[in-house]
Write a protein that binds this ligand. Sequence first.
Ligand code: PLP
Length: 416
Amino acid sequence: METRLWHPFANMAEVKDKPFLVDRAEGVWIYDTDGTRYLDGTAGLWYCNAGHGRAEIVDATAAQMRRLDSYFTFGDFSNEPAERLATRLSELAPMEQARIFFTTGGGESVDTAAKLARLYWARRGEPQRVHIVSRRHSYHGTNGFGTSLAGIEVNRDGFGPLLSDATRVAHDDAEDLRAAIERIGAENIAAFFAEPVIGAGGARPPEPGYLEAAAKICAEHGILFVADSVICGFGRVGGWFGVERWGLRPDLITFAKGVTSGYLPLGGVAAAGHVADVFWEAPGSLVAHGPTYSGHPTVAAAALANLDILEREDLPGRAVELERPLLEALLPLREHPAVADVRGGVGLIAAVELDGELLAEHKGIAARMQLAIRERGLIVRVLGGSTLVVSPPLIITEDEIGVLGKTMAEGIDAVL
Ligand code: PLP
């Protein structure tokens, strides 16, 4: 079968003849069209925090669709599920008087946060504050601003001129951020974007003290601190917005993925009161920005049901409980000749980085390992052609984590 579906982040020349069709899913398992089951070691694309097949989310979604399938929230229009979800997220967000702007995914949320940050300064009489600083290895989606901010270089290549007012700093050294601010001038910088745990750029937990120091430097210079918690939110690294364990109180937070556990597409930006008030307390100040499906009632109903599950089962707490077992299941691979590093230990995200010499000698070896691991019943992702990453649903058991570690090792061994 030759597909007509253009897959994201795919080399279609290789994929077009053999798409891997996923047919159904339950709990931590997905099934292909032959009925073969695989442990979902990645929770889809880092989103299925509550696990697959939750009837509660399906029922809430269907009930909402029967009542009001969809309607826009432009201007003064609103709907109850979106209102309830915004209130609930506002109460959970680690910021004062948070206001919630809904989008349909992470990339749109990053672009929304970047535009809000710039507009915030323009409305405050400092329109020259347009520069945005991000970190090397960071991933902020593939929309306009997110592409410009990408710290994964290949994600910027080939698209022509991007934002010229963007700078990337070292991902683990707050002094590099300070130096960049001195170079660019704080008076020209709107915001600093940081993923609490870097996801797609290699599953990199922050160095101890780094995030706190970076937030402090931003505060000293009046630069808006934006936490991109698209992966880290809704339990993945503990807490609701993926920043609580470092005591951060960002000015803006982007979220998506786990907010619905991926059952329907939803993203958003939480804006602290002192940011939102610049717009909310100024009559006549239109913010000319917003996607059609912002505040979609059916999607909001799915998110509310998902939050009920995450809360009732304390899945954010469970992610913290299981972060050591997940890391320990992979740590023996550190001794493996094919492996350069094993990272993890902060939430349910972990990575196995392959040895540089091995990668240079054997082109495409990470993809072959990924396939060998899949043939043994486990889904993992390859990042940057060099790193195998896992981020299982937060409902995974310790036994299943054991299976995950063992299968990963067997798949790696099978290729060497
Ligand atoms: N920001 C981060 C940190 C992400 O990991 C992602 C996606 O993986 C995005 C933004 C973009 O989200 P989306 O793919 O929903 O546009």
